[in-house]
Every structure is written in C-alpha cells, then in structure tokens.
Design a protein around this ligand. Structure first.
Ligand SMILES: Cc1cc2nc3c(=O)[nH]c(=O)nc-3n(C[C@H](O)[C@H](O)[C@H](O)COP(=O)(O)OP(=O)(O)OC[C@H]3O[C@@H](n4cnc5c(N)ncnc54)[C@H](O)[C@@H]3O)c2cc1C
Length: 331
C-alpha cells in the first residue's frame, strides 16, 4: 500500500523537532516526526535527563526529563504522527516535487516538504573495554536516566570529562560509595567542576583505567591498573558509570543533494537549505553566529515551518496566529 502523503515530515524528534511539530499544527499542516531513537527528546533525553537546565527563557530551572515530557505534550497538541526507532537514510525529490524518504528498516515515507532537525546525528556511547565487561552488562550504565537505580550501590565512574565529573557529584548523596577512575593525568572537564569533585571527598584515581570485572552472577569487584607503573588494584563495586565519549553519526546526509558545512546543513535566514522544499533547524542548521542551545532552535523551528507552509501555499499568511488568538485555544 502506498504510504500517505504528509505536508511536512520533521526528521528528528529532539526539542527543536518537537516544537516545530507543535508549530506546524498551529499552521494546520499534516505532520509526521521520524526519530532514530526509541523515544523523542534528542540530546536531553540521551545525555542529561537527570540534570537541571537553567538557560531557557522564562523557565529558571527544569529537570531535563521534565522538559522533554513538556515538549512531547506540546508537540502532541495537534496529533502529529510519530515514527520512532527509525533512522532516515535518504531523501529523494520525485518528478512531482514530493519527497521519498527511505529509512534503515526499509520503510518509505512520502512528504511534500521536509524539516531536518537531526541535531548532531545519531549517537552511540563508546563502550567500556575491560576483561569480562560483557559478563556484567547490567551493571554498566552509560546514561544516568534513573538515579534511583544506583541508590546505596558502590559505584565506580570511569571517565574524566564533564559528564563523568557531574555524575560523580550527582551520585555522591545517593550511592553508598563513589570512586572515580580516569586514565588521564588531569581531568578533562571544567577546572572548577574538577576542583569541586576533588574537594568533595570522592576517591579519585587519575592515570588509572579499569582493566577487569569480577563477580559471580552480579558484579562484585573491579580491577584497575596504573597507566604509568602497570600496578593493579582491586576495589568492591556494584555498578559502573561509563563515560568514554560518544560517537555521533550524521550518516550520508551530505549526499542528500543540499549544501552542507563541517557542522551541518547550510541554511539562509528562512531556514531554507539549497534544495527547495527542504528546511533545517536546531543544532544541525548552520549560519553565521549560530548558537547551539535549545532556545535558539525554538526560534528556528517555526521559521522553517513557515517557509514550508509558504512553499506549499504561496498565499498563506507568513506566520501562525499566536496562541492567544489561535482558534484551537479559544475555549
Ligand atoms: C551534555 C549536554 C548538555 C547540554 N546542556 C544544555 C543546556 O543546559 N541548555 C541548552 O540550551 N542546551 C544544552 N545542550 C545543547 C542542547 O541539548 C541542543 O542544543 C539541543 O538538544 C538541540 O536540539 P535539536 O532538536 O536540534 O537536536 P537533538 O537534541 O540532537 O535531537 C536530534 C534528534 O534527531 C534524531 N536523529 C538524528 N539523525 C537521525 C536520522 N538520520 N533519522 C532519524 N532521526 C535522527 C536523534 O535521534 C535525536 O533524537 C547540551 C548538550 C549536551 C550534549
């Protein structure tokens, strides 16, 4: 059966794609959102759901997970179609001007316009490479999505960047014990944060790396090795938070037919790419003086949607009614 044709398909269900979906609802466009992950929320859901966010206008402080839930609820206002666990692999303009969108799992989607909001692409955390790590995968945590799971556990953090330092500080009041192991001679994260960790009483082991995991059915101990002397030590451990960096993958987007730059897709002030009918917003959109924060993308999403609307209907109003005057919210 031929898939149904949408007015706009938003590729990427991060904060910017979700807000764009809400705005396209305000513009009465039949909207689909496709995301590679099993749930929406983009980087916030993936990297920092348990962190407080302080730099969104009018919201002095909000937990990442709560912000994602709010974005999702708002995006659902006009009932768009969500397609999750689905990575877009190509976009082809057909002779009739509509777009044929192909995905990794072999699905095909049809759309009159496309808004690309893929952030930095898809993500994959670098794994812990240590002996017997594959025997204790349930004790390895690559995200802190639910701090409660680590309550009263002996937690070892492997890594020395900001995320590792933040995790150590977040877990300190919750876990039974927190130790931080990092192979470098100095932490990579912000100096001030590193100092806070060092002053906090957390045991830190610089120039060491985890080399083996031991236990029976569950993890009981880890061995770690000095990168200078080769000396080994063992400590008790129930869980490991691994932060060895992330691989981001923009895929083959550079071959989709529009102009790209080192950090993403070139757009003009209308968020138009160089291919008519395709727009970009959020972290992936590149223009002079670009700021890669949530708030900036929330401005770009509506511009992209307005451009798509104008492409479909040149006589349409240039922008949506503000919610105060929008008929959907009148009653
Ligand atoms: C650790 C960290 C902390 C941060 N803290 C803050 C902060 O405090 N305040 C702030 O304003 N900003 C912060 N940022 C930046 C902020 O997260 C981004 O600016 C924001 O997430 C960009 O939103 P986006 O929707 O453009 O992209 P993303 O959030 O990256 O979402 C993109 C979505 O597209 C999907 N996707 C990618 N490729 C494909 C594909 N081919 N097919 C289908 N789906 C695809 C991804 O799965 C993802 O869900 C932080 C970033 C990081 C990494």
């Amino acid at each position: 059966m031929k898939p149904s044709l949408f007015d706009v398909t938003i590729i990427g269900g991060g904060p910017v794609g979700l807000y764009a979906a809400f705005y396209s609802g305000l513009r009465a466009m039949k909207t689909k959102i496709i995301d590679a992950e099993p749930d929406v929320g983009g980087k916030i859901r993936y990297f920092y759901p348990e962190k407080l966010i302080h730099d969104i206008g009018g919201i002095p402080e909000i937990l990442g997970a709560d912000l994602v839930a709010d974005f999702k609820k708002q995006a659902e206002t006009f009932d768009p179609t969500f397609v999750l666990n689905t990575r877009v692999t190509s976009v082809v303009k057909q002779n009739d001007g509509t777009f044929y969108i192909e995905t990794e799992n072999g699905e095909v989607h049809l759309s009159k316009t496309i808004v690309i909001a893929v952030g930095s692409g898809t993500y994959k955390m670098n794994p812990l490479k240590a002996r017997f790590a594959e025997d204790y995968t349930s004790a390895l945590h690559y995200h802190l999505r639910d701090l409660k799971k680590l309550r009263n556990k002996k937690v070892v953090i492997s890594g020395g960047g900001d995320a590792a330092l933040d995790a150590a500080l977040m877990l300190l009041p919750i876990a039974k014990n927190v130790e931080l192991i990092y192979r470098g001679d100095d932490f990579k994260g912000y100096e001030e944060r590193a100092k806070t960790v060092l002053d906090s009483g957390i045991s830190t082991h610089l120039h060491h790396e985890i080399t083996s995991l031991y236990g029976d059915k569950t993890l009981k101990e880890i061995e770690f090795t000095c990168t200078h002397s080769g000396e080994n030590k063992r400590i008790a451990c129930d869980a490991i938070f691994v932060n060895h960096g992330v691989e981001v993958d923009i895929g083959n987007m550079r071959d989709w037919g529009f102009e790209t730059e080192e950090w993403g897709i070139s757009v003009n002030h209308e968020m138009e790419t160089t291919m008519p009918g395709i727009y970009a917003c959020g972290d992936v959109a590149c223009y002079p003086r670009k700021i890669r924060i949530i708030q900036a993308g929330l401005h770009e999403g509506p511009i992209a949607i307005n451009s798509a609307k104008k492409y479909l209907d040149p006589k349409a109003a240039p922008e949506a009614m503000v919610s105060t005057h929008h008929e959907h919210f009148m009653n």
